[in-house]
Every structure is written in structure tokens, then in C-alpha cells.
Design a protein around this ligand. Structure first.
Ligand code: PMM
Length: 284
């Protein structure tokens, strides 16, 4: 991902946005919970996302939806490892969405090359050590509180300043633990301990996070603030693709690089057109 940016007046646009397709092997994720709980279904879904343009598949075995209960290590391993093994060689890089060292270690052995940790190395003290010794990229995400309670009246003085300071501190922590800085990606954690207004402010001022100098991941896909903004308000989870596209295209324009989504075909097309339009020579 290094060196793939063209400098435009005021904006830095990644030449090749990367779509990270979501493969949730969970009974309770907010938008696709239960649909891909069987390994064969999850693998088929992952392959279909690659055909739609996903450059990364993010395989998760523990839901992070607001109010979600934690999943035990053995169950999480049982959910994700066979799916990662089944997707090795499918044509995309593999990411595991986990906060646990044992799951990350097994996932890396099964073919994952990216560890996506929504706790940013705060939950499992062993995880940083596993990642320091591994040949992988690491996504560190901001979350206020924990999934069970994070949407209980989140408050910030300045959400962008606070998320930025948190990500800078977590990046320094990771580097201090022996993880190469060039392998770290950062994510503002849209919807994780944030109101709709907080999410919109983060998207509006995403450039301030790009200034941290690491690739930015954004995950707006189908999240509830998109439903709140629809007319009429309350659009259901599966009907939020238009809002998902709008936010991802704007995030691209503001310098994000990796786009974590469920609706891969639609977002991939939108980003390809947006990236070509933003390029100084207009080349597709
Ligand atoms: N969102 C979810 C789960 N994992 N990881 C990163 N890095 N960024 C996100 O925004 C993010 C994530 C929740 O969405 P899901 O339940 O549909 O997977």
C-alpha cells in the first residue's frame, strides 16, 4: 500500500482503493448474523466477494454489535479457522477480525496475512507479542468502551481530536511492542461508541486522521447512522447500500485506503469510478 498515493490540491487520493469484504461467521452480527455460520456457506460467500472485487476478505467469529456478549476462544477458533483454510488461494488477502492472541496465531497459520483488532491491542496482553513476531499487517481500531456498553451515551469534547490521539498512542504502543510501523493500519471505528453526529464528524474530517501517516481503514457498511439519515428514517440494514456508497466515496476523497463493506460489487464499482474521476489525468 506504500507509495500508492497521488497528491492533488488539498486531497491525497489512493490510486487503488482496496475493498475489504466482510465474512462474518457469527449467529448475531447486525447485518449478516447467522447467514454464513456453516463453514461451506461462509467459504462460498467469501469466494463470491472476491469475484465482486474484494482485495481482502475479513473473516470474523465474534460479533461486535452493540450489546454483543463475548465469544469463547474455542468457539471462535472453531468458527474462523476452517473458513480461512477454505479461502486460502481464493484470490484475496485474508484478514481475521479478532481481539484474541490464540485466534490470531491460528489464523496466521491458516493463511491470514492481516489481523484486524477492534480493541487496538487493549484486550489480550498476548496479542502484540504474536503480531510482533509475525509477517502480517495489523489494523488498530478506535472504540470507546466495549461492545456491550459502547452505545450508552458516548461523549467526546472533540471526537476527531480524541480518536486521533488514541490512534497515535496505539500506534506508538504497537511499535514499542515490536510491530513494524509500516505494517500498521488505523481505523476510526465508525459506530463503535459514537453517535450519528460523531460518525459524520469523523468522516467529514477524515483527512486529520490521514495525517497520522498510516493507511486508513473505514467501516461504515450498513451501519445504523445510515438508516437514521435515510428518508424516511429507519431504512433496514439490507437497504443501506446507497448510504454505504456515499460514505465510502467521500472517505476515498478524504484519503482512506481500505474500505470494509458487505456490498462489495456496488462499493467496488463506485470507488473505481470515484478514484478515476479524482485522478489528475482522469485515467480509469
Ligand atoms: N466494524 C465491524 C466489525 N469489525 N473492523 C474494523 N476494522 N472496522 C470496522 O468498522 C468494523 C470492524 C462491525 O460490523 P459487522 O458486524 O458488520 O462486521
Amino acid at each position: 500500500m506504500e507509495g500508492s498515493c497521488a497528491i492533488l490540491p488539498m486531497v491525497v487520493v489512493p490510486l487503488s482503493p482496496v475493498v475489504m469484504g466482510v465474512v462474518n461467521v457469527t449467529p448475531d452480527s447486525f447485518s449478516d448474523g447467522g447467514r454464513y455460520l456453516r463453514h461451506a456457506d461462509a467459504i462460498a460467500h467469501g469466494r463470491s466477494l472476491v469475484a465482486q472485487g474484494a482485495g481482502i476478505l475479513d473473516v470474523g467469529g465474534e460479533s461486535t454489535r452493540p450489546g454483543a456478549e463475548p465469544v469463547g476462544e474455542a468457539e471462535e477458533l472453531r468458527r474462523v479457522v476452517p473458513v480461512l483454510e477454505g479461502l486460502a488461494g481464493a484470490g484475496a488477502r485474508l484478514s481475521v477480525d479478532t481481539t484474541k492472541a490464540a485466534v490470531a496465531r491460528a489464523a496466521l497459520e491458516a493463511g491470514a496475512g492481516i489481523v484486524n483488532d477492534v480493541s487496538a491491542l487493549r484486550l489480550d496482553p498476548e496479542l502484540a507479542g504474536v503480531l510482533a513476531g509475525a509477517d502480517c499487517d495489523v489494523c488498530l481500531m478506535h472504540m470507546l468502551g466495549e461492545p456491550r456498553t459502547m452505545q450508552d451515551a458516548p461523549r467526546y469534547d472533540d471526537v476527531v481530536d480524541e480518536v486521533k490521539a488514541f490512534l497515535a498512542e496505539r500506534l506508538a504502543f504497537a511499535v514499542g511492542a515490536g510491530i513494524a510501523e509500516e505494517r500498521v493500519w488505523l481505523d476510526p471505528g465508525i459506530g463503535f461508541g459514537k453517535t450519528a453526529a460523531h460518525n459524520l464528524e469523523l468522516l467529514r474530517r477524515l483527512g486529520e486522521l490521514v495525517a497520522l501517516g498510516r493507511p486508513l481503514v473505514v467501516g461504515t457498511s450498513r451501519k445504523s447512522f445510515l438508516g437514521l439519515l435515510s428518508r424516511p428514517a429507519g431504512r433496514e440494514v439490507g437497504d443501506r447500500v446507497a448510504g454505504t456508497i456515499a460514505t465510502n466515496v467521500l472517505a476515498l476523497e478524504r484519503g482512506a485506503t481500505i474500505f470494509r463493506v458487505h456490498d462489495v460489487a456496488a462499493v467496488h464499482d463506485a470507488l473505481a469510478v470515484a478514484a478515476a474521476t479524482l485522478r489528475p489525468d482522469g485515467a480509469g
